[in-house]
Write a protein of this length. Structure first.
Lengths: 201, 201
DNA sequence: AAAGCCCTACCTACTGGTAGGCAGGCGTCA
DNA sequence: TGACGCCTGCCTACCAGTAGGTAGGGCTTT
């Protein structure tokens, strides 16, 4: 049983709205209508929009860590891990309707509380580190070709993924995401199949 | 003499604000204070915010075409052209304080007038085509290595550039831009120096 | 005279946020 | 068992401030 159904519903609605419209693009009134409570009642759960955005990033970071851990547990090779992450970003793009929360918040950085900005930076660092490991593994197991500097490759890949989401969003065209990342995916060898995928409940 | 000093000043201010805060992040009141006229007077030049954003993208597209033409006139090799464009995107990032207007508008797509969305798509297509040509030239003159599919490379490069701006913006760290694009720049051979750079007035 | 430009004054709708109240569930203590 | 106080969760009503936009007047330039 979650802490509070309403609180979780508010976070869901807010995350959705933030990733679609940006931080300045949604209001408490929108959330209220979406969740089905009155606008003022939101303040009972989140006293300010800054606190809401903070909780949003906290949840997003922790759930993304889970995703990474899940990928690590499900796939063996660096290439398979990276492929799984790319798939995750593609799904997160939701056919060009959304951005990664990190990208959405980065764009409206100057409207955010300083703590949230720190969280964004932390999020990027976490994902970047994870991708670095994937590249290192991919280099040693041969599943990613042409790896010279894993850390740089990771930084570049992360920017590419967010840029690809941006491109897909502009055109409402999921194919734009695929096109942007093709060069990256082509470097991943599919010789070694992933180990059994753990089913999600 | 420009059409109108005030009109141009409004566009300057609006472009700056849009690239810093996004479409939903600035208001007529902000522009009025910045330019030094009253809020209502803006409507004399731009009857609605939608019209303003339209004019903004029009000017941005045309000025970016000029930039591309200027680069074409100033640099010979594909690698030099691409380098110049990258420099342009880096300058446009303004030490992580701004985004390309196209990227900023892409993020807040759902708040925009449909015509503006079309302009964004057109802008991306234009830049993508230009980069494609640069890659083709770079392949034939040997100034960019490893080029297999210029069109795909261009799509990828554009997403990378916008993603790099996003990364630099999140951290207010210009070095993040450089890190993200290093892999791309490393592919550009500097054997052939650019021809004489035409001075801007 | 007309057009261009900017003004004051005002509008409605909405922003995030506050004040205070009320219903119901919980444990505690008589 | 029942009364008490407290907490959670939501409500209505309201606040000051701001959003984009309108109406109409006046000065200046052509």
């Amino acid at each position: 049983m979650p802490t509070s159904d309403t609180k979780e519903a508010l976070l869901d609605s807010a995350e959705n709205a933030a990733r679609r419209f940006g931080f300045d693009g949604f209001s408490y009134a929108d959330l209220a209508q979406d969740v089905g409570i009155r606008k003022a009642s939101i303040h009972h759960h989140f006293p300010s929009k800054a606190k809401l955005s903070l909780a949003l990033m906290e949840r997003y970071l922790s759930s993304f860590k889970d995703v990474c851990a899940d990928i690590d547990a499900s796939y063996a090779t660096g290439g398979a891990k990276l492929t799984a992450l790319i798939e995750r970003y593609k799904a997160g793009s939701d056919n060009g309707q959304q951005l990664c929360l990190c990208a959405a918040f980065s764009a409206s950085r100057d409207s955010l509380a300083p703590e949230v900005v720190s969280q964004i930076i932390g999020f990027r660092a976490m994902v970047s580190d994870w991708i670095t490991e994937a590249f290192e593994k991919g280099r040693s197991d041969g599943s990613i070709c042409g790896v010279t500097n894993p850390s740089l490759e990771a930084t570049s890949a992360l920017s590419l993924l967010e840029g690809a989401q941006l491109a897909a969003r502009a055109a409402s065209e999921p194919a734009a995401f695929d096109a942007a990342i093709t060069l990256l995916t082509m470097r991943i060898s599919l010789r070694e199949p992933p180990i059994t995928r753990i089913e999600q409940p």
